[in-house]
Design a protein around this ligand. Structure first.
Ligand code: SAH
Length: 327
């Protein structure tokens, strides 16, 4: 999964109608504007001055550009210190077109260590590799990739993995699958410890669930349709649903406070996206239909509103972030 996705993202811009999938910031500027205000609200309530704005997996850079615009309405030129964690050279070139003054990082280890980090990750964790365990007649095994008749097939490994399975899932029926993402946990552990020490906040938005859960969520997407995960590896986007409980638990163990998950629709509504939509419609009456449709896509429960969720990670002594008051 890691190799396939590294090749996939390095060799194309997958976003938008002509690509493979569309993300929230590519639907509407309102998404990034609300997140910029979420960050600015924390910035002002905690009395910050210089901070680093950080994005993990920034795609085309659209989200950071929208964040920068609304954040700077409140925080002034504090938005000049922008750090993008991106492995794809193709997407780095896209990002440089609209955020030319950004600094790029291969991974989170080189992010500034002397400033509060205001971090956003949208549809980042779902692209990181997962491991799967599968229940067999003789206990849990790692699910691996084998070759049969010249084709890739899933096979069960030979090493017993029962000890790695949470107690609530141990007795699941043969064929049951559980997932972990050590790569996601490693990023979360490092950034949560940094946020706890340096100050700042991390908002992670993705499609996912409150674990632990049993189920196979690994999927391939090509041209806005599901594809076979073993067909043309590196040429389709591989994703897995994010276990927000595991990420939040990791943040707490790293010394930070974690809030959520809350649904994307509820969060954006609490942050005032309806007001922003009304304002934009007033300014552009001819765009009423498309703005209304974009808003619907972002917040309605049958669209992205419920499937996508957010968690927030902050220092323990910082205030509860906007939209997470109910925890
Ligand atoms: N956040 C953007 C793009 C999401 S697509 C949006 O919402 O539109 C996933 C992004 O993560 C891409 O920019 C991809 O190149 C990047 N990415 C994937 N794996 C990565 C890794 N291991 N390290 C850093 N970036 C990664």
């Amino acid at each position: 999964m890691a190799l396939a996705n590294t090749h996939y993202y390095a060799t194309r811009d997958p976003l938008g109608q002509g690509g493979d999938f569309t993300t929230a910031p590519e639907i509407s500027q309102m998404f990034g504007e609300m997140i910029g205000l979420w960050l600015a609200d924390l910035w002002s309530r905690t009395g910050q001055k210089d901070v680093a704005l950080v994005e993990l997996g920034p795609g085309r850079g659209t989200l950071m550009a929208d964040i920068q615009r609304s954040f700077s309405k409140i925080a002034g030129n504090q938005t000049n210190n922008i750090h993008l964690v991106e492995t794809s050279p193709t997407l780095r070139r896209e990002q440089a077109k609209i955020i030319p003054n950004a600094r790029w990082h291969d991974d989170v280890s080189t992010l500034p260590d002397h400033l509060p980090l205001f971090i956003i990750a949208n549809e980042f964790f779902d692209a990181l590799p997962i491991r799967q365990l599968v229940q067999t007649e003789t206990g849990w095994r790692e699910r691996m990739v084998g070759i049969k008749d010249d084709a890739f097939v899933p096979i069960a490994g030979s090493t017993p993995m029962d000890a790695a399975v949470p107690p609530s899932s141990r007795t699941a029926k043969p064929g049951a699958i559980i997932e972990t993402s050590p790569a996601s946990i490693a990023v979360m552990a490092e950034l949560s410890a940094r946020v706890a020490q340096q100050g700042g906040a991390m908002l992670a938005i993705d499609y996912g669930y409150a674990g632990p859960a049993v189920g196979d969520t690994l999927q391939a997407v090509k041209a806005h349709r599901y594809a076979d995960i073993f067909e043309n590896p590196g040429d389709a986007d591989l994703t897995a649903h994010v276990d927000f409980t595991a990420l939040a638990e990791c943040a707490r163990q790293s010394g930070a406070a974690a809030y959520g998950p809350v649904d994307q629709g509820a969060l954006l509504t609490m942050l005032g996206i309806q007001l922003r939509a009304a304002q934009l419609i007033k300014q552009n009456p001819d765009k009423q239909a498309s703005l209304t449709a974009d808003l619907h896509r972002l917040i309605h429960q049958d669209e992205m509103g419920q499937l996508f969720k957010a968690i927030a990670v902050l220092p323990q002594h910082w205030p509860v972030p906007a939209g997470f008051e109910a925890r």
